[in-house]
Design a protein around this ligand. Structure first.
Ligand code: GUN
Length: 305
């Protein structure tokens, strides 16, 4: 039984991600030494969304820092679907590129699903292609979406065997909620997927040994929704006005998760902070997926990361 009076253990995703990036970097260097090839990641961004620009710049820098090739394709918001599909066809055919990521959201005039499904499933380092979603659902090896993959790594590290635990995933997106539920099932959890139409969400959450919040609503999950001793994984990254009204008036902001952290930490056994929890794992898993995709493409035995 967990000691429900002890303060929650903080799950340090930043430290775990640094370790994983270090292992990927080492594996990439050894791959280069052995076969003279480095993994290549192409990131495609369409339009000027400021948050996406920051994410994409960061992905490029981190890819280079891990010793990989990084190509960033910046396209104007006026790009047509046909033009984007043509670039993806080129990247699919480029032997130096092992991973392709199209930054979301795309402009409304472009059908995002059609674009994601045009990426070769073997280069789909986001794991968003229907073939990779299907592989995950039926338990075949494939590329797994980075945020849920990073979350499951943190859970395994924090708890060890997850068998038989009741996991409640709040959120049913294709990017996080659904793949997270599949990964938890594969770990032999009992899984409930809750969402905005679920009845009595607080009561559902209170059943969770593992509570995964992926709703995109700042601090929606309150402390008394958390069962004493539960493990809380907060996937949300929401920018809100500063808690200090004077600073908020100056336009200062802060990042919060989908969980009311201080309240939840008073109940949880372990909890991921925002920032510094799941966030850093997403990019680490993108690098790990790119390495894995390159190993597969080149017939190189992947190292265990
Ligand atoms: N936009 C926000 N998160 C993501 C992500 O994980 N992948 C892509 N491609 N776009 C995003």
């Amino acid at each position: 039984m967990p000691d429900t009076n002890a303060p929650a253990r903080i799950i340090d995703g930043k430290a775990f991600a640094e370790g994983l990036v270090g292992r990927v970097t080492g594996a990439v260097a050894r791959m280069k030494e052995k076969i003279g090839v480095v993994p290549g990641l192409a990131v495609v961004i369409v339009g000027e969304d400021p948050a996406s620009q920051v994410y994409v710049r960061n992905k490029g820098e981190r890819t280079l820092a891990a010793g990989m090739r990084s190509d960033t394709h910046r396209l104007p918001a006026s790009t047509t679907q046909a033009e984007l599909l043509s670039l993806i066809a080129e990247l699919n055919a480029d032997d130096g590129i092992h991973g392709i990521l199209v930054q979301l959201p795309l402009p409304a005039a472009i059908d995002a699903n059609a674009v994601l499904d045009a990426i070769s499933p073997d280069k789909d380092v986001d794991g968003f292609h229907v073939v990779n979603a299907g592989r995950l659902a039926v338990g075949l090896p494939g590329l797994v979406p980075c945020t849920p993959l990073g979350s499951i790594m943190l859970l395994r590290d924090a708890l060890g065997d997850l068998s038989g635990l009741h996991a409640v995933v709040v959120g049913r997106s294709n990017i996080v909620g659904k793949p997270m539920a599949q990964l938890l099932l594969a770990e032999n959890c009992t899984v409930t997927v809750a969402h905005s139409r679920s009845r009595d969400l607080p009561a559902l959450c209170r059943q969770a040994d593992i509570l995964v919040a992926a709703v995109g609503r700042p601090e929606m999950i309150r402390g008394d929704w958390v069962k004493p001793g539960a493990t809380v994984i907060d996937v949300g990254i929401n920018r809100v006005p500063s808690a200090d009204p004077a600073k908020a008036a100056e336009g200062k902001t802060r990042l919060v998760g989908d969980v009311a952290y201080a309240e939840a930490a008073a109940h949880a056994g372990a909890i991921t902070p925002v920032p510094g929890g799941v966030g850093p794992m997403t990019i680490a898993c993108l690098l790990a997926n790119t390495y894995a995709a390159a190993c597969r493409a080149l017939g190189h035995e992947p190292e265990r990361l």
